[in-house]
Ligand binder design. Structure first.
Ligand SMILES: NC(=O)C1=CN([C@@H]2O[C@H](COP(=O)(O)OP(=O)(O)OC[C@H]3O[C@@H](n4cnc5c(N)ncnc54)[C@H](OP(=O)(O)O)[C@@H]3O)[C@@H](O)[C@H]2O)C=CC1
Ligand SMILES: O=C(O)CCCC(=O)O
Length: 486
């Protein structure tokens, strides 16, 4: 049983058309705490028909929501933001209980997630159009931006709050309505956010949260001709499948998929800052972040010094239940995640890598894993080719700038990259050459609501957050007004 002040935030029903609902079949999904396997709660497993009811509710609510003034929508979103911040502590406890990350990180995620709501509440009032000089004196050309319509969001378990608000806030700000399908491992945070949306008086049907089988609900969302847009965050494999499914109804899609972030330390880097950046980029959320450093390239001149300092920091990390004070590394989400991490380490060690720290499941058992550092990794090992999504830092030695840029770009992914250098020429050369949607220069933390988050290549399509994030939820309409001349 989890301990929160406002027990009404812990819901066990889906949120459709302003009502808390069970599944008619009575089927449920149990939500467990990855730190100890205990039951945190349960949510309905909805049928295809019940998913269609959520879509219909969003459709019904659309006409009325879009016709509110931007200021009215902004005010509702601002209330939602205030409520999230007022309940930050309880939301964080719910989040940690179902996801596992340390409470301090969970509180940070609630503030980060709420910041998208605040940002887009402000942006709602700035959905400006254009006038374009016409080719004819008899005509005037105007461009207006209108809401796309009913949107769907499919979100992952690694950021159960922020990945919802990063989609729902711009959608609602633009005048769209939304059906959210959260990850089955972390639906309780999503439902708590829905409860706060209810208290913020966001009207029935504007935001709906449906829980249950991904395949069943996903198929309804992607095949419905009422749903005009799908926004997905998760694995590249599922993203590809959803994009293909959306082709049938030619939906607008935004995809935020897997990554294989290079983290490059050049000889001229500030090593203290580089180690700090590697710690946050690699070990945040136990390495379960799509923008996590996945390959650490270190130039020969600083390789030994950097690896010694990194190991010293990694060995200080306190592993344990995210609800315990002072813990910095929680459990992995499940056994599949743990097995993937173990496989990447075994593959690297069997092919010549060496272990500098960790390398094994943690003595705490369950899905806890030792924070790990591997040396002498080469670019062909699984740990450098695939997204590990765990607390493993594989160190790859390099000599030359051109070589490291080539290796960094040698991947199907293109989400985030990081590098540490002081030489200003090198900073521009490398930043411009990296084939990534986001580049952190002398920092390991790039996430903020004010900047456009997203990837290139097979890491995705579209941008979230910032003023560009609104573009995903509006369609441009061109108006040609003739008959101006006498
Ligand atoms: N870009 C990122 O932030 C993320 C990347 N990943 C990567 O993906 C790997 C696997 O993680 P995993 O949780 O399996 O990620 P998935 O891509 O499977 O899950 C993400 C979301 O997609 C849903 N989903 C899964 N299959 C379908 C489907 N057929 N139709 C509609 N929705 C679907 C899931 O629902 P349900 O939970 O009900 O299955 C969840 O809500 C990780 O190890 C990591 O490498 C994972 C999460 C986030
Ligand atoms: O892993 C993800 O998909 C979300 C990244 C979290 C962030 O915005 O930093």
């Amino acid at each position: 049983m989890i301990s929160i002040k406002d027990t009404e935030l812990l819901r066990s029903q889906a949120w459709i058309d302003g009502q808390w609902v069970d599944s008619r079949s009575g089927d449920t999904i149990t939500v467990t705490n990855p730190a100890d396997g205990s039951t945190v709660g349960s949510v309905p497993s909805l049928s295809a028909e019940e998913s269609r009811e959520a879509i219909a509710a969003a459709d019904k609510a659309f006409a009325q929501w879009r016709s509110r003034t931007a200021k009215e929508r902004s005010t509702s979103l601002m209330k939602w933001y205030d409520l999230m911040m007022a309940h930050q502590e309880d939301l964080a406890v719910i989040l940690t209980s179902e996801q596992g990350k340390p409470l301090a990180e969970a509180k940070g995620e609630i503030a980060y997630g709420a910041a998208f709501v605040q940002w887009f509440a402000e942006e709602a009032k700035r959905i400006y159009g254009d006038t374009i000089p016409s080719a004819s004196s008899d005509q005037r050309i105007l461009v207006i931006r209108q809401p796309v319509g009913v949107c769907a969001a499919v979100t992952p378990w690694n950021f159960p709050a922020a990945m919802i608000t990063r989609k729902a806030a711009p959608a609602l700000a633009a005048g769209c309505t939304m059906v959210v399908k959260p990850a089955s491992q972390t639906p309780l945070t999503a439902l708590a956010l829905a409860e706060l949306a209810r208290r913020a008086e966001i009207p029935a049907g504007v935001l709906n949260v449906v829980t249950g089988s991904a395949a069943v609900i996903g198929k309804e969302l992607t095949s419905s001709s009422t749903v005009r847009k799908l926004s997905f965050t998760g694995s590249t494999e599922v993203g590809r499948q959803l994009m293909a499914e959306c082709a049938g109804t030619v939906k607008k899609v935004s995809l935020e998929l897997g990554g294989n972030a290079p983290f490059i330390v050049f000889d001229d880097a500030d090593l203290d800052k580089a180690v700090q950046g590697a710690m946050i980029s690699k070990y945040r959320n136990s390495g379960q972040t799509c923008v996590c450093a996945n390959r650490l390239f270190v130039q020969s001149g600083v390789y030994d010094e950097f690896s010694n300092r990194l190991v010293a920091e990694v060995e200080k990390l306190k592993v344990g239940s995210g609800l315990e004070a002072g813990v910095q590394q929680g459990p992995l989400i499940d056994r599949v995640a743990l097995e993937k991490v173990a496989h990447h380490i075994d593959d690297a060690l069997s092919r010549g890598a060496s272990l500098l720290s960790g390398g094994k499941p943690h003595a705490l058992g369950g899905t806890f894993f030792q924070p790990t550092v591997l040396a002498n990794v080469t670019a062909d090992m699984s740990v450098a080719v695939d997204e590990t999504f765990g607390p493993v830092a594989p160190l790859i030695r390099f000599e030359d700038e051109k070589d490291v840029v080539r290796m960094a770009n040698d991947t199907q992914y293109g989400l985030a990259a990081y590098f540490y250098a002081r030489d200003v020429g090198r900073i521009f050369r490398v930043a411009e050459s990296l084939e990534y949607g986001m580049v952190g220069i002398n920092t390991g933390l790039i996430s903020t609501e004010v900047a456009p988050f997203g990837g290139v290549k097979q890491s995705g399509i579209g941008r979230e957050g910032s003023r560009y994030g609104m573009d995903e939820y509006v369609e441009m309409k061109y108006l040609c007004l003739a008959g101006i001349d006498y």
